[in-house]
Design a protein around this ligand. Sequence first.
Ligand SMILES: Nc1ncnc2c1ncn2[C@@H]1O[C@H](COP(=O)(O)OP(=O)(O)OP(=O)(O)O)[C@@H](O)[C@H]1O
Length: 272
Amino acid sequence: MTVLEVTGLDVHYGLRRQRRQALAGASLAVERGEVVGLIGETGSGKSTLARAVLGLVRPSAGRIVIDGEDVSGYGERQWRSLRRRGVVQYVFQDPLRSLDPDLSIADSLVEPLLIQGVPRAAAEAKARTFLAKVRLDEELLPRLPGELSGGQRQRVAVARALVTEPKLVILDEPVSALDAANRVQVLEILKDLRAAGIALVFISHDLGSVAGIADRIAVLYQGELVEVGSARDIVVTPQHPYTRLLISSAPTLSTASAGRAEREALRALLTA
Ligand SMILES: Nc1ncnc2c1ncn2[C@@H]1O[C@H](COP(=O)(O)OP(=O)(O)OP(=O)(O)O)[C@@H](O)[C@H]1O
C-alpha cells in the first residue's frame, strides 16, 4: 500500500525578483513499511520536500497524496486537522526543536494524544508504552528535555512522533547530532518501526548513514530527484554522475569513520 505519493512537485521561495525554485518536478512514492533515504547536499531541497509533505510550504505545482488522501489543494485549516490526526509525523535533527523545553517528557508524550481527544489515563499509559519502545526508562517521565542526554532526547522525540501511530514519519538528519553509540541505538529503533509497518523517510546529506537502513534511496540534486533506486543499486551501480560523486565522497562508505554496526550493515548490503 502506498503511504505517500508525490508527483511533479515544484516549490518556489520568495517573490518576484527574489523568487527561486527549491524543488523542480519531484516525484516519489513511499510504500507501507518502507524506509526511503532522501539524500543530497546542503540546499538541495531535502527539507523543502519534507515541509511540503507536512503542509508547511505550499507547492506551486504537483500533487501530494498521503495515505490515499489527496492533500494538494488543502488550505491551512485542513492541514492543521491532518497534522492533528497525526498521520504524518516529523523528527528534527535537533531534538530540542521537536520537544518543548518547558514540558516534562511525560507531558511531551501525552500532549499529542490529548489533542486527539484520548482520555488522560489512556494517554499516560500509551506514553509509557512508547517510552519503552524507544528503550528508555520510566524514571525519565517527570524530567525536562534539558535534563536528558542528546541521545535520550532524540529517542523521546522519536517516541513523541510515534504516539499518534502515524502512517509516515519523516526524520530530518535524526542521528547526525548523536555519538556513535546513540546513533546505533536510534537506527535499531527505526528498524523496529519498519517491522511494525510504518513508512519512514530518512533525510541525510550523508549517503553512508542511510545506506545501511534504507530500502530505497532517492538522490536530490539542486531541487531535482536525479536518481531513485534500491539502496544496493544506488551504492553499487550509481547511474547519475552526482550519485557517483556522493558515493566516492561518503565518509562512512569508505568505512574509516563508520561505527562497527554501520560497517556491518554496509558490508551486508554490498554483499547481498
Ligand atoms: N524559507 C525559505 N526562504 C527562501 N529560501 C529558502 C527557504 N528555505 C529554503 N530555502 C532555499 O531553498 C533551497 C533548498 O533548501 P532546503 O532547506 O530544502 O535544503 P536542504 O537540502 O534541506 O539543505 P540542508 O541539508 O542544509 O538542510 C536552498 O537554496 C535554500 O536556500
